[in-house]
Design a protein around this ligand. Sequence first.
Ligand SMILES: NC(=O)c1ccc[n+]([C@@H]2O[C@H](COP(=O)([O-])OP(=O)(O)OC[C@H]3O[C@@H](n4cnc5c(N)ncnc54)[C@H](O)[C@@H]3O)[C@@H](O)[C@H]2O)c1
Ligand SMILES: OC[C@@H](O)C(O)[C@H](O)CO
Length: 263
Amino acid sequence: MEILPKGLQSFCLRGKVAAVTGGSRGIGLAVVKALAAAGADVAITYVSSDATHETARQVSQEFGVKCLAYKAEITDHVAIAGALNAIAKDYGKLDILVANAGISANGNTEDFDPDLFKRIHDVNVNGVFFTIQAGAKIMLKQGGGNIITMSSISASIVNRPQFQAAYNSSKAAVSMLTKCVATEWATRGVRVNAVCPGYVLTDMTNEFISKNEAMGKQWQELTPLKRFGTPEEIGGAVVWLASDASSYVVGAEITVDGGYSCW
Ligand SMILES: NC(=O)c1ccc[n+]([C@@H]2O[C@H](COP(=O)([O-])OP(=O)(O)OC[C@H]3O[C@@H](n4cnc5c(N)ncnc54)[C@H](O)[C@@H]3O)[C@@H](O)[C@H]2O)c1
Ligand SMILES: OC[C@@H](O)C(O)[C@H](O)CO
């Protein structure tokens, strides 16, 4: 990595250890690469694709940092705590934790499958709670750390044209959880903030667009920038929040949405 100009050194993450849940693809993988590009050693947690070990090897090779993969289902508090403890042991510490993993679905509320509602809340709310609880235990013990949750503009706006009450209520919980723990841990050295992306082109959004192309066009039309975001465009916000350049930012929701939530 090139040496940063003097005024930009607070953005550097060299010497830091980061973990990213759901880091095998989409926004999570872009965040892994952005953290690695800023100099951090990174651990990826994944749930389904063992190919993540190869992804980690490639990240390590491309950015010259340590990068390993760990399997953990985030709704299983023992599993995610086990993975984060293993990361802290293997890397020597845990400075940055990005609670990125999440799922989405939409549909009319009156017909929405109750089990799917429970699953969305289990992954997006319980899973994020278990992740940040386990990460904070390590960080509070070691004397500090930095947690970033992946919320959404859906935490505070109602999407259209599709109905997604289950997803939006789960992301509202993520944003409030973020503010609660941010204030709880602020004076104990653990800084917590949320990133709220708008429509970003990933497997998650592609699943909707592949079934309804017109909806994808409408999402872009409703965005002042008139296009989807890329996963890479979320990485910069995470690096800033993870770095000392944002040292006075606590409990914030950083919106990265091409202007969507202005309208
Ligand atoms: N794509 C968007 O437009 C958008 C917008 C706002 C917020 N987000 C949020 O960003 C995050 C990443 O989304 P994405 O678009 O990259 O989606 P994605 O579907 O490509 O990635 C989600 C990742 O989470 C992992 N995951 C899902 N359930 C899990 C579980 N139970 N345990 C462990 N890992 C699990 C998946 O394996 C995958 O790696 C999500 O929290 C999502 O809600 C996405
Ligand atoms: O249901 C689609 C969502 O994933 C959406 O992409 C996002 O949360 C922005 O509202």
